[in-house]
Design a protein around this ligand. Structure first.
Ligand code: 5AD
Ligand code: SF4
Length: 347
């Protein structure tokens, strides 16, 4: 039954395909409570009540891809496109460093302007000024050589959500893209030496529990250093505009299961989770999450980086926002940790 599957997940950090599917299909409020309790206990064991903080810089809204769910897809003629200059990015990094954020995340669409030469220059400039801070990249699929050049320039981590571990669903929502190409990228990133982050959306239109079980098993097998999990949220200028967003409950269940499958993983309570529910972030942290990623992008571009509608905290001032998070986290028993926050297994 669901209770013994949860106990197995807690004791062995593992479960079979059948068990995971049974759990997702049959979980009730009592077993959900147990699952969250076990996930929380597991996170306390490895991370105490600490929450790592990463400053997110959304440096380009140009994208050559056409993901059906995303507001930045290339065929969205209503999207407002921008690029930050190296100086803009450095300015954001300075704001982050002042606030004590020891990791910055450079995230953007797949934008050919930011070729290897441009990226290497940005990465080196940040590292020159902030040698002790970590740089996480999140700029999509690139070649092995490109990943390697950026790693050699000083990048530490790379987020590339696998989005869905079901080949059929992956290829349905990514027209013209190959499932295997994304897998190759993730493998390359790990091999080069990055702390690699995978991840998936919960509640993609037509996604089944079988699909989610594939995501959970993939995460277990790939063993990413980080794992980004958030609900799908519709964007008004995409083909998925009329679908419902993924549920808070199911996202929380997936977060808790991933915490049990990979006890030491870095697991953000994502902005998407906050965007569908007032206390989404706190709920995510209570279910095993241990990372938050406040926005450090310049105010003038924040509305333009629109992956989905009704994004939370979009216009909060950086310093105020930090105080607000600190306060809110304290209320639910967590504490912000001001260190780089590498994965405990990473050397
Ligand atoms: N809803 C939720 N998440 C989204 N992403 C992109 N579009 C959406 C959406 N409509 C996520 C993808 C991507 C990450 C940067 O944002 O998973 O990897
Ligand atoms: Fe581009 Fe990423 Fe949006 Fe896909 S999800 S369209 S790759 S920004």
């Amino acid at each position: 039954d669901t209770i013994s599957i949860i106990n197995k997940l807690y004791n062995e950090n593992n479960a079979s395909r059948e068990e995971l599917l049974y759990l997702l299909d049959n979980i009730d409020s009592k077993s959900k409570e147990l699952l969250i309790e076990k996930a929380h206990k597991t996170r306390l064991k490895y991370f105490k009540n600490k929450v790592y903080i990463r400053g997110l810089i959304e440096f380009t809204s140009f994208c050559k891809k056409d993901c059906l769910y995303c507001g930045l897809r290339r065929t969205n003629k209503n999207a407002q496109r921008y690029r930050l200059s190296k100086e803009d990015v450095l300015e954001c990094a300075r704001v982050g460093d002042k606030l004590g954020y020891k990791t910055i995340v450079l995230q953007g669409g797949e934008d050919a302007y930011f070729n290897d030469e441009v990226m290497v220059d940005i990465i080196k400039s940040i590292k020159r000024e902030f040698p002790n801070n970590a740089i996480t990249l999140s700029l999509g699929e690139r070649s092995y050589e490109s990943y390697k050049k950026m790693y050699d320039a000083g990048a530490d981590r790379y987020l590339l959500r696998h989005e869905s571990a079901s080949k059929k669903l992956y290829e349905d929502i990514h027209p013209g893209e190959q499932f295997e190409a994304r897998r190759r990228c993730l493998k390359d990133l790990k091999e080069i030496g990055y702390q690699a982050g995978a991840g998936f959306m919960v509640g993609i239109p037509n996604q089944t529990n079988e699909d989610l079980v594939k995501d959970l098993l993939f995460v277990k097998e790939f063993e990413p250093a980080m794992c980004g999990i958030g609900p799908f949220i519709p964007h008004k200028d995409t083909p998925f505009k009329d679908y419902e967003h993924g549920s808070l409950e199911k996202t929380i269940i997936c977060l808790a299961i991933v915490r049990l499958l990979l006890p030491k993983v870095l697991l953000p309570a994502t902005t998407a989770l906050s965007s569908i529910c007032e206390n989404g972030r706190e709920e995510g942290l209570k279910a095993g999450g241990n990372v938050v990623m406040p926005n450090l992008s310049p105010m003038s571009v924040r509305k333009k980086y629109s992956l989905y509608d009704n994004k939370a905290y979009i216009l909060d001032e950086d310093a105020q926002y930090k105080n607000m998070i600190e306060e809110k986290l304290k209320n639910v028993g967590f504490e912000i940790e001001i260190t780089r926050g590498d994965n405990p297994d990473f050397k």
